[in-house]
Write a protein that binds this ligand. Structure first.
Ligand code: GRG
Length: 421
């Protein structure tokens, strides 16, 4: 039984079916495609903005921004919820918007930029899911003195701004993936050819820059300098983390502190600061914004620790079943660092590097004998628990939709720990 419905589901469906509005890059009407070819670059932001307003005004179903809740169900606190299903309608709206936000008058750039926003290539959409749930989890009741229409319009506007954060976050994420794949000389991503493999390094780098520039334009449209500063810092962190990883000296490669800091910069900073941005746009206090940040930070760290386990185990629990991509690239992650505490002999193998497959085998042997995988999982669980604590520290709410969203954020921590891909 589906208990929650996002208000504009039916409206969106009818648009998809009849009008062809979605037929090119999301919502842009077919007639406006040609217009992109000859337009001035300055028109792009206004197109994005126009689209946003158009969609907003035409969504008459969104008279109440909250989820519609089935009255017959058990209390939200008791029920298990599928976090992704809760926001699925909004995720497809965001997917359509993203496709319309990355159009370019240069066909090569357009196809490169939209590559990972196409249906089927969008990835897990983990970040927008977290951010939309966080937005609902922080929703506050409007004072009764405020007229219903004013309250509704205020809530709609706030939600649109929070959706914009989800879009910006996804654009920054995909930009970083494009650049990462160039640096790693990757050939696949999200189960398809990576963009550098399909269209070459140069276009991949440019497409990443283009996505970042579109993210900046969207960010500026929010007119909130604190939020701009948060997300600009995230980009700095991504670059810092990547550089830390590629330039680590021998001592740093053996350091757990260095690894955790790099992990925060490369993976957790984006989701934590975006969660904070969601709280700030909701007008929450600094304390609540810190809880939102702490949730994202700990979830992000847990996510990466499990990623590092999966690199060795893949979907199974057996060692060597993962892609072994990190170790083959000479990247030392938590499982090996923990294993080295039990077997200091690993140090000299790490120092020799992993270009020789025999060294990879030797490291895997030690890892298999050690508690490296177990301890990495345990550390991920600790961070997942800290993420749950951050949710539990939020001010109490009796609102069922708020309770359900917080429950979903807690469920997400379990999903992150138990994921196999
Ligand atoms: C251009 C912003 C920018 C940065 C350049 C290359 C670089 C500096 C940073 C690399 C950052 C990076 C790729 C970190 C890895 C983050 C990570 C865990 C990616 C995988 O996330 P998933 O599994 O991917 O959520 P999907 O495909 O599901 O979206």
């Amino acid at each position: 039984m589906q208990m929650f419905r996002w208000g504009f589901r039916s409206l969106c469906r009818s648009r998809t079916a009849g009008s062809g509005v979605y037929s090119f890059n999301g919502f842009l009407p077919v007639a406006s495609r040609g217009a992109h070819l000859g337009r001035k670059p300055a028109e792009v932001p206004s197109k994005v903005q126009d689209f946003r307003e158009y969609h907003f005004q035409s969504s008459r179903g969104v008279h109440d921004i909250r989820y519609q809740i089935d009255q017959d169900r058990k209390s939200a606190a008791e029920e298990s919820v599928d976090p992704f299903a809760l926001v699925s309608d909004e995720l497809s709206i965001i997917g359509n918007r993203l496709r319309s936000m990355v159009v370019s008058e240069v066909p090569k750039l357009a196809s490169a930029a939209e590559y990972f926003f196409k249906i089927g290539a969008e990835g897990k959409r983990f970040r927008p899911t977290v951010l939309l749930l966080m937005a609902s989890a922080l929703s506050m009741p409007t004072p009764e003195s405020v007229a219903a229409e004013v309250a509704s319009s205020f809530e709609k506007n706030m939600r649109t701004r929070q959706q914009c954060i989800a879009e910006i976050t996804e654009m920054i994420h995909v930009a970083s993936l494009l650049h990462d794949d160039v640096l790693d000389d990757a050939d696949t991503r999200r189960g398809i050819g990576s963009l550098n493999f399909v269209m070459g390094n140069k276009l991949s780098v440019l497409a990443g820059d283009f996505l970042l520039s579109r993210a900046c334009v969207a960010l500026a449209s929010l007119k909130n300098t604190e939020v701009v500063s948060l997300l600009a810092t995230v980009v700095e962190h991504l670059v810092t983390g990547e550089t830390m990883q590629m330039s680590a000296n021998a001592e740093q490669r053996h350091s757990m502190e260095y690894y955790m800091l790099k992990t925060y910069y490369k993976t957790a900073s984006l989701i934590s600061n975006s969660c904070k941005a969601i709280a700030l746009l909701a007008g929450q206090t600094t304390e609540v914004a810190m809880h939102a940040y702490n949730y994202g930070r700990n979830l992000g760290l847990a996510f990466q620790l499990i990623d590092d386990v999966l690199d060795f185990t893949g979907t199974t629990t057996s060692l060597g079943k993962g892609s072994l991509s990190d170790i083959r690239h000479g990247i030392i992650t938590a499982p090996i660092l923990f294993a080295k505490e039990e077997f200091p002999e690993l140090q000299s193998i790490i120092d020799k590097g992993f270009s020789n497959p025999a060294n990879v085998e030797a490291a895997l042997d030690y890892l298999g004998k050690s508690k490296g995988i177990e301890r990495t999982r345990a550390l991920a669980v600790e961070h997942a628990n800290s993420a749950i604590e951050a949710i539990n520290a939020l001010p109490k709410s009796d609102d069922e939709a708020v309770i359900t969203s917080r429950r979903a954020l807690v469920d997400l921590t379990h999903k992150v720990i138990n994921r196999t891909k």
